[in-house]
Design a protein around this ligand. Structure first.
Ligand code: FES
Ligand code: FES
Length: 171
């Protein structure tokens, strides 16, 4: 099958690669680009282990063709915090919510996408946003609690940022 050269922004970096017409974004990331954090679980859209952000939206990379990502922004767990750890990562780590960690990149990205579109979700909304991400090891509740704590922290630092801007103006 004929391959095509495409350019994709991966975690803010311009990457060029050659993909087959039927190659999935998951295969391209893991094989062509050596980005192994998106995992292959079911390979058919059921488990969420392969979740990445495509232009900020959580997608299952096993269901997206690599060619569809041409010229677009792909974010994996390595890039979700923009050079530092995302609040969801920090809270998950601090609470030790994962065991084997296979589901962790997908869970973290699904949660990060949720907090972008809904910075103050209810627990129910967090559960719904993570419903398609399966974990074989642990209870889901600690993960939900970590996402709630991350949302609170992000809100608190936003308020703090606004306060210091106002304070700065006065001074
Ligand atoms: Fe993509 Fe399971 S590997 S959803
Ligand atoms: Fe093992 Fe979630 S921690 S699958």
């Amino acid at each position: 099958m004929k391959a095509k050269e495409i350019v994709v922004m991966v975690n803010g970096e311009r990457r060029r690669l050659s993909v087959r017409a039927n190659e999935t974004l998951l295969e391209a990331l893991r094989g062509g680009l050596g980005v192994h954090s998106p995992k292959e679980g079911c390979g058919r859209g059921d488990c969420g282990a392969c979740t990445v952000l495509l232009d900020g939206k959580a997608v299952r990379s096993c269901l997206v063709l690599a060619m569809e990502a041409e010229g677009r922004e792909v974010t994996t767990v390595e890039g979700v915090g923009g050079g530092k750890m995302h609040a969801v990562q920090e809270e998950c780590l601090a609470r030790n919510v994962f065991q084997c960690g296979f589901c962790a990149p997908g869970m973290i990205l699904a949660a990060a996408a949720l907090l972008e579109r809904n910075p103050e979700p209810s627990k129910k909304e967090v559960r719904e946003a993570l419903a398609g991400n399966l974990c074989r090891c642990t209870g889901y509740e600690p993960i939900v609690e970590a996402v709630m704590a991350a949302a609170k922290r992000r809100q608190a630092s936003k308020v703090e940022g606004q306060r210091s801007k106002v304070g700065g103006r006065k001074g």
